[in-house]
Design a protein around this ligand. Structure first.
Ligand SMILES: Cc1cc2nc3c(=O)[nH]c(=O)nc-3n(C[C@H](O)[C@H](O)[C@H](O)COP(=O)(O)O)c2cc1C
Length: 179
C-alpha cells in the first residue's frame, strides 16, 4: 500500500461509521487517502473524523476548496471506493447525475470504482435498486456485496455493509491489478 493514492467516497448510510475504521486501516497500511462525503454523510459522521484519520482536508462541496475540486480529487487517485453506497448514489451514478461532489467525482474518475452498498432490506430488494446495480455492473463498477444480519433500523435481512476488513481486501486486490 505504500505510496498508493486512494479516494474514498462516503454517502449517507448509517454504516458510514464503519468507513472510519476502513480509512484508518488504509492509512496504517501506508496509503495516501483522501475522502469526499455527501451532505447526508456528514450528518452521520463528521468530516473532522476523516480529516484526523487521513491528515487531509475532506471534500463535501463542488464549489469548495480548490479551483476544480472534483477534477483534482479524481486526477490524484488510482482507485475510488464508495462506502457506504446509498440507494441514492447508486441511482445517480447509474444515470450519470452529478449534483454533488461524490457523484461528480464518480463521473470525472476514469480508474477502477468499487462500491459497498448498504441499506434497509426492503430498499435493497426494490426493483429500481436492482436495475441500478445491474447498470453499474455493466458500466464496470466492482461491488462488495452487503451481508445479511441485524440492520440499524432493527430489521434482520440483507443490506448490511460489508465489514471494513472485507472492503480493505477488495481494495488491495484491485490495486494489485493496477501497474
Ligand atoms: C439514520 C439514517 C440512516 C440511513 N441509512 C441509510 C442507508 O444505510 N442506506 C441508504 O441508502 N440510505 C440511508 N438513509 C437515507 C439516506 O441518507 C438518504 O436517502 C439520502 O438522501 C442519501 O443521500 P446521499 O446518497 O447523497 O448521501 C439513512 C437516513 C438516516 C436518517
Amino acid at each position: 500500500m505504500n505510496g498508493r493514492e486512494l479516494l474514498i467516497g462516503v454517502t449517507g448510510g448509517i454504516a458510514a461509521f464503519k468507513t472510519a475504521a476502513l480509512v484508518s486501516k488504509l492509512v496504517q497500511a501506508g496509503a495516501g487517502v483522501s475522502v469526499v462525503m455527501t451532505r447526508s454523510a456528514t450528518q452521520l459522521v463528521g468530516p473532522k473524523t476523516f480529516e484526523a484519520l487521513t491528515g487531509r482536508p475532506v471534500g463535501v462541496k463542488v464549489f469548495g476548496r480548490g479551483a476544480h475540486p472534483h477534477i483534482e480529487a479524481a486526477q490524484k487517485a488510482e482507485l475510488f471506493c464508495i462506502a457506504p453506497a446509498t440507494a441514492n448514489i447508486l441511482a445517480k451514478a447509474a444515470c450519470g447525475l452529478a449534483d454533488d461532489l461524490v457523484s461528480t467525482v464518480y463521473l470525472a474518475f476514469d480508474g477502477p470504482v468499487l462500491m459497498a452498498p448498504a441499506m434497509n432490506t426492503k430498499m435493497w430488494e426494490k426493483p429500481a435498486v436492482k436495475r441500478n446495480l445491474e447498470q453499474l455492473r455493466a458500466d464496470g463498477v466492482i461491488f462488495i456485496e452487503p451481508g445479511e444480519g441485524r440492520l440499524s433500523c432493527g430489521d434482520i435481512g440483507a443490506g448490511r455493509m460489508a465489514e471494513p476488513e472485507q472492503i480493505f481486501r477488495a481494495i488491495v486486490q484491485q490495486l494489485g491489478k493496477i501497474p
